[in-house]
Design a protein around this ligand. Structure first.
Ligand code: A2P
Length: 295
């Protein structure tokens, strides 16, 4: 399948296909990881979030790399704790990132929370409408808006009741969680999919999976490269492998061309090894419309 180096968002902006993921990148490690990714490994796309608690270090890594800000695609996310105070969250993210703007601002979860619990006094749709207004009025600060962890029913509600079609939906995607119906739905609406935890997150069984290791051996590459390449070979998708180790950061961006047979074999894995690294139930809002999970 053809390898896609970048995708074009519904705003017209270009988003590089491979970005450095920073979820669970520990303080003291992430600045160096970002600097290395940009300066040495050729990344031009970095993903962070208010809730990762590492925006300041990500910003320092960007500065330390010496790569001009305008060459970098930078994503951060509205935290669940700030659905009632969207502008404040944006200002805090920009200050921590030490950047005048972000390329993509995502609603992290459709799940307002307060003090670590679901806040049922708020509706995520109102926060989305506030994000829309900021996008319209403050384009100098926010170049595109999108969502994360949105299932098909939640997207259907957004598309029906709001104005702006999200540029991106960032969700967990890997062969043990391929979410084919969601991928097809987003594609039909022109919403770019971004795969988080593409390797299956920490201690992933996917790196030892028989099908993955067999395809990796055929291509003579590490299994991680196959798992990243799956999405670089998929039209309309981008992918965020996370690592804080220079050799892995460098390896993960070198995608390989997969055959249709390789892709089909990878998609069979979910039939006997299905898992999610991040279940939406942690928010206290049930399964958030992901019907593979009990509410
Ligand atoms: P580390 O950061 O120590 O390199 P995901 O992208 O699915 O969230 O997976 C991240 C996990 O996979 C982390 O534990 C990360 O560890 C590890 N990892 C990242 N790249 C590789 C690689 N090329 N080979 C093996 N493990 C990797």
């Amino acid at each position: 399948m053809p390898i896609h180096d970048s995708v074009t968002l519904n705003t017209g902006a270009v988003m590089p296909t491979i970005g450095l993921g920073t979820w669970k990148s520990a303080p003291g490690e992430v600045e160096k990881a970002v600097e290395y990714a940009l300066k040495e490994a050729g990344y031009r796309h970095i993903d962070t979030a208010y809730d990762y608690g590492n925006e300041a270090e990500v910003g320092q890594g960007i500065k330390a790399s010496g790569v001009p800000r305008k060459e970098i695609f930078l994503t951060t996310k509205l935290p669940n704790s700030h659905h009632g105070n969207v502008q404040k969250a944006l200002e805090e993210s920009l200050a921590k990132l030490d950047s005048g703007y972000i390329d993509l601002w995502l609603m992290h979860w459709p799940a307002p929370m307060k003090d670590g619990k679901a806040d049922k006094s708020l509706d995520w749709l109102d926060a989305w409408k506030a994000m829309e207004k900021i996008y319209e009025d403050q384009k100098d600060k926010v170049k595109a808006i999108g969502v994360s962890n949105f299932s098909v029913p939640y997207l259907e509600r957004l598309l029906k009741e709001a104005k702006i079609v999200p540029a991106v939906n960032q969700v967990e995607l890997h062969p043990s969680c391929p979410q084919t119906a969601l991928v097809e739905f987003c594609r039909s609406k022109g919403i770019v999919l971004t795969a988080y935890s593409p390797l299956g997150s920490d201690n992933s069984p996917l790196l030892k999976n028989e099908i993955v290791t067999k395809i990796a051996a055929q291509h003579n590459v590490h299994p991680a490269r196959i798992l990243v390449s799956l999405w670089a070979n998929t039209r309309g998708a981008t992918v965020l492998p996370k690592s804080v180790k220079p050799s892995r950061i460098a390896e993960n961006i070198k995608v390989v061309e997969l055959s249709a047979e390789d892709m089909a074999a990878l998609m069979k894995i979910e039939h006997f090894n299905k898992f999610r690294a991040c279940k939406p139930t942690w928010t206290g809002w049930g399964n958030l419309g992901f019907d593979d999970i009990e509410a």
